[in-house]
Write a protein that binds this ligand. Structure first.
Ligand SMILES: [Fe+2]
Ligand SMILES: [Fe+2]
Length: 311
């Protein structure tokens, strides 16, 4: 394919994202929440995401409670990552201000949707707070994290962003498995989020490949290292939250939990969070395909090694 047809091809993909974005657009109250409240008789995350089986010492009721704690953390983590994703999208849009107006519109819609998703997840956090015991904590500052992430190169941030936006697709697929114990409201959160995230993942790829074309081999090599650092930083947050959520479970589960069991519960939380927020995206075939099309074999090995350490 020559350069001109490449440009038409990518412009067409931006245009198709706009069309789909208009068709699937939803409203938080009218489409997602619809006057409903969370019911603690149901799981909030499906077993395939909460890794219920990893919590080997817990009863079925306790595993359901674990899925509800993780559901609240799900809302908080998404609210957090969407802060830096949106800021990066707004920054990237500048490249199109005086160029492809179709690409610009696609990114403006992306940004608008991500602001709406943050509002949805803030609401979900507050609504879950009304039905779960007091004492839950999520102490990671969205803006501090966003500033730190945006301190890394655009290439590295886009790599992390594609990983994240692809795993929302897998999370949706997990949520539609027939499980009558899964909250209908939470199922809808997965469904509606996925509907808009599908376009975001396409735009991430377009922007990542476009940006990559302007880098030197040295710049790209540095960026691969920064992507590994970002994944490490995400893992640091997940470790802190696994500890916080493990402590919250132990303090509120209304039975004695001995030290060894408390550590095992924390470890299971961390395993679940690493699966939800790192590996489910990094192992996505499309992430693998795009990443390996941009980097060398040696760089790919560095990434694989770094990910393998987070098991
Ligand atoms: Fe989102
Ligand atoms: Fe998104």
């Amino acid at each position: 394919m020559n350069v001109i047809s490449d440009i038409f091809e990518s412009s067409d993909r931006y245009a198709r994202c706009i069309q789909t974005s208009k068709r699937v657009r939803w409203d938080i109250d009218k489409d997602v929440i619809r006057g409903r409240k969370f019911d603690t008789a149901y799981k909030f995350l499906p077993d395939g995401l909460s890794l219920a089986d990893a919590f080997t010492t817990l009863s079925a009721d306790e595993k359901r409670y674990i899925s509800q704690i993780q559901g609240r953390t799900y809302a908080n983590i998404f609210g957090l990552v969407e802060r830096f994703i949106n800021a990066k999208v707004l920054e990237l849009s500048e490249d199109h201000w005086f160029g492809d107006q179709v690409a610009l519109e696609a990114l403006v819609r992306f940004s608008d949707e991500e602001l709406k998703h943050q509002a949805l997840f803030r609401l979900v956090d507050a609504m879950i707070g009304e039905v779960l015991p007091a004492g839950y904590r999520f102490d990671i500052d969205h803006n501090v994290v966003a500033r730190a992430v945006l301190g890394k190169s655009t290439w590295a941030v886009l790599a992390l962003t594609l990983d994240i936006e692809l795993f929302t697709q897998l999370h949706y697929r997990q949520s539609i498995d027939s499980d009558i114990q899964l909250s209908e409201l939470f199922k809808d959160i997965f469904l509606f989020h996925w509907k808009e995230e599908s376009q975001h993942a396409i735009l991430d790829e377009l922007e990542w490949v476009r940006h990559d074309a302007g880098l030197t081999a040295d710049q790209r090599d540095t960026a691969v290292g920064e992507f590994i650092e970002l994944v490490g930083a995400v893992d640091g947050m997940l470790q802190a939250q696994a500890k916080a959520d493990g402590g919250y479970f132990t303090a509120t589960c209304r039975r004695a939990v001995h030290e060894a069991e408390a550590r095992a519960i924390e470890a299971a939380f961390l395993k679940a969070y690493r699966w939800q927020y790192i590996h489910s995206g990094a192992q996505h075939p499309h992430f693998h395909k795009v990443l390996s099309s941009l980097i060398t074999e040696k760089q790919a090995q560095h990434v694989q090694l770094a990910l393998a350490e987070l098991q």
